[in-house]
Design a protein around this ligand. Structure first.
Ligand code: PXG
Length: 442
């Protein structure tokens, strides 16, 4: 079977050092995708695969949408690149303006990056520089959360809470963490937001008492943790976090790299959950995954704090060669058109019940220890094989692919995030496949 996936004889599989992948295992039996359209991929040997993970949580409008393809083709032919340091081009201004219009009301300023990792680092730097600009430079501490994922830059890893991403690297000083909110003893198989755990937000009060609340610059959390295993916030948790940030003058950053652009049933999880942060990081769905891009949203007050010096002075010494890249902006503008026309930014809310029912229907399937969902995000925890953690997750990935579905396995947790164009029938198909494969593995 592996033979069918082989690369052409002239290509050495060894050169591409693959990210977050067991390279030797993969290269011994490569899984190659060759084409995509709508809800589907096709493998290199021509088999159709239902995309249960929107690429990598990013292809929210489905694959190869002609409007986006044409916009990218047109832009790359008209102007391939334009600098945004001291120069500009219309698409970047138009895209920032359009983004601000779908964001929660206060977010009227947008800083462009190229990825979620860069968005996280950018947001942390904005927070630190903001306090400094206001004469509160003593606020140098950053607070993250266990099981949080904010990408792989040194800033993101420092506030992140996944041990495998941290253990090899020095992290920023002056960073502390809140506890994660996964409490299966209290909340197993919760549908949507769990009942228990709002009190975990009170840890911010403890950390403020420990470090001095006036030394803390920002708290960064994913409103619904994604990579850490799809952990919706306990009811009342984010509200408490917001209140404690206000009490201590701490900025609240929501990392909406996964939750942004409709994944939770509103344009942003902040809107769905009714809690407004001070800074919001995004990437992925901002261009439907078609061109790498990220966007950090801030409110006017934060932005204006930077605008106090002489007008000829650079206000923020930060940015990337590709901030506001014209091809990414073209992809993003076309993406927003599709999201608006097809109502995709709220569609997850309509599908949430069907999705939750199908997902939680696997509660009694073999190996399942917990199931969680929010919007079109879902996760199933499997009991690890004794002495072989990750084995069941990997077998599920391979087994589902063999049966025509792409599901994300991270350790022994399966994650689901289909494109927002998914049909009810396809949701049923996806979880029926998962059920069949669960029954087939040991
Ligand atoms: N923040 C959050 C909340 C993310 O989910 C990043 C930052 C980093 O984005 P970039 O673009 O630098 O990768 C992410 C990325 C998974 C998975 O399956 C999740 C991500 C990336 C790859 C895999 O859990 N999230």
């Amino acid at each position: 079977m592996n033979k069918r996936y082989e690369l052409p004889g002239s290509v050495a599989a060894s050169a591409f050092w693959m990210p977050f992948t067991a390279n030797r295992q993969f290269k011994a039996a490569p899984r190659l995708l060759a084409r995509a359209e709508g809800m589907y991929y096709w493998t290199a040997d021509g088999r159709q695969v239902l995309d249960g993970q929107a690429g990598l949580w990013c292809v929210n409008a489905g694959h190869c949408r002609p409007r986006i393809v044409e916009a990218v083709q047109k832009q790359v032919a008209q102007m391939d690149f334009a600098p945004t340091f001291n120069m500009g081009h219309p698409a970047a201004f138009e895209f920032a303006d359009r983004l601000a219009r779908i964001a929660p009301e206060r977010f009227s300023r947008v800083f462009f990056t190229n990825s979620g990792s860069e968005s996280a680092d950018t947001a942390l730097k904005i927070a630190l520089a903001y306090h400094r600009a206001r004469g509160e430079g003593q606020r140098f501490r950053l607070i993250g959360r266990e099981r949080g994922y904010h990408g792989v830059g040194f800033g993101g890893v420092s506030v992140g809470g996944l041990v495998n991403n941290r253990r090899m690297f020095p992290t920023l000083p002056a960073v502390d963490h809140l506890s994660h909110t996964h409490q299966p003893a209290l909340n197993a198989f919760s549908v949507g937001q769990p009942e228990h755990g709002a009190d975990l937000a009170d840890e911010l009060e403890r950390l403020a008492n420990l470090h001095g609340g006036e030394t803390i610059a920002a708290v960064i959390v994913e409103p619904v943790a994604g990579s850490g295993g799809v952990l919706p916030p306990p009811k009342g948790y984010l509200e408490r976090l917001r209140a404690l940030c206000d009490k201590h003058g701490i900025l609240l950053i929501f990392d909406e790299v996964i939750t942004g652009f409709g994944r939770t049933g509103a344009p942003f999880a902040a809107q769905r959950l009714g809690v407004t942060p001070d800074i919001m990081t995004t990437a992925k769905g901002v261009t439907n995954g078609v061109v790498p891009m990220g966007a950090v949203f801030v409110n006017r007050q934060i932005h204006d704090a930077f605008m106090q010096g002489p007008p000829e002075a650079i206000e923020f010494f930060h940015g990337y060669t590709y901030s506001g890249h014209p091809v990414a902006c073209a992809a993003g503008l076309a993406t927003l058109d599709i999201y608006a026309r097809e109502g995709l930014l709220t569609r997850a809310l309509e599908l949430e019940g069907v999705f939750a029912e199908a997902l939680h229907g696997l509660r009694d399937a073999p190996h399942v220890t917990d199931i969680r969902n929010f919007g079109l995000m879902g996760a199933i925890d499997l009991a690890p094989r004794p002495g072989k953690p990750g084995g069941r997750g990997y077998d599920m990935l391979v087994g589902a692919l063999g049966r025509g579905a792409l599901v994300r396995a991270s350790g022994d947790t399966l994650a689901f995030s289909p494109p927002l164009i998914v049909s009810e029938a396809q949701i049923g198909e996806l979880f029926e496949t998962v059920r069949t494969v669960l029954a087939s593995i040991d």
